[in-house]
Design a binder for this molecule. Structure first.
Ligand code: ATR
Length: 267
């Protein structure tokens, strides 16, 4: 049996085990995926120990994604993003960042992204991975709006995008095709950085927050008649990309999505 797991802290509520185990079962792959709470001081031992124990792969989640970079050989994208969320123990300890691909795949499920103007809220870990993934693998025009403007500017410069102040989003929004919230605003709160009167029906609005599943931003986007994508899609697609790295097999995305949605509904 092949062994996989997720390391993070906290990790109890991770939906990755449900999603990955369902995918293994569906494809008759003899594998098991577990979750492990790992303290920061023990991160190195956890990663190298998993390799010694014969694990095939790991996911890395908050707060270890950046620090894990030190203990892996990152691919180019993970190196650029400065964070790792997937480890594959194959001829060493290889590190990847599938968050970067997850957002792109989630968007491509509902719209063509080539040539689109994309406004991203945030410049933290999630925003970095998403904006690198979108700018590197497709021809898009990216605007970064972050509360701390200097951080937004740093990210925009790295990806060849443009930084704007949060206060200026209302002026820019008319020309935006895709809006992505990659901040923590809306997480367990009924608040958004923008409301329906400033959104429009020809846009796609994607919120990476999935607690609640229908965030304030997504409710406002629906009111404006925009297409919406919830945060579970991102979770599913980053997981699907990890699955494909580990198995070399196309991930059963629908099966994985059904599993996480059931788990969320059950609470
Ligand atoms: P994650 O790993 O989820 O991306 P993070 O790296 O801590 O988390 O980043 C959080 C992001 O949410 C940042 O862009 C942060 O903006 P700052 O750089 O100004 O801190 C943004 N954020 C958090 N709370 C916010 C708020 N109340 N209003 C606007 N942006 C907020």
């Amino acid at each position: 049996m092949k062994l996989f797991g997720i390391i993070g802290n906290p990790v109890e509520h991770s939906l990755s085990p449900v999603m990955q185990n369902e995918a293994f079962k569906y494809l008759n792959i003899d594998a098991c995926y577990l979750k492990f709470k790992v303290e920061e001081a023990k991160l190195r031992y956890a990663i190298l120990g998993a390799e010694s124990l014969g694990f095939s792969g790991l996911n890395v989640t908050v707060p270890h994604k950046e620090k894990a970079l030190k203990y892996v050989e990152p691919d180019e994208l993970a190196g650029e993003v400065g964070a790792v969320n997937t480890i594959y123990f194959k001829k060493g300890v290889k590190g990847f960042n599938t968050d970067a691909m997850g957002a792109k795949m989630a968007l491509e499920g509902v719209t063509d992204i080539k040539g689109k103007r994309i406004l991203i809220f945030g410049a933290g870990g999630a925003a970095k991975a998403i904006s690198y993934g979108l700018s590197r693998y497709s021809d898009t025009d990216i605007l970064i709006a972050n509360r701390t403007f200097s951080e937004g500017l740093k990210l925009a410069n790295k990806i060849g995008g443009e930084a704007i102040r949060l206060g200026d989003i209302f002026r820019e929004i008319k020309s935006v095709d895709i809006l992505i919230n990659a901040t923590t605003v809306g997480l367990n709160e009924d608040r958004s950085l923008i409301y329906s009167k400033n959104l429009h029906k020809d846009m796609v609005v994607f919120d990476i927050v999935y607690s609640p599943l229908k965030t304030c931003l997504l409710k406002e986007a629906e009111k404006a008649g925009a297409k919406t994508i919830d945060g579970l899609k991102m979770l599913v697609y980053q997981g699907a990309a990890s699955f494909e790295i580990w198995t070399g097999v196309k991930a059963p995305v629908k099966v994985m999505e059904r599993a996480v949605r059931h788990a969320v509904e059950r609470g």
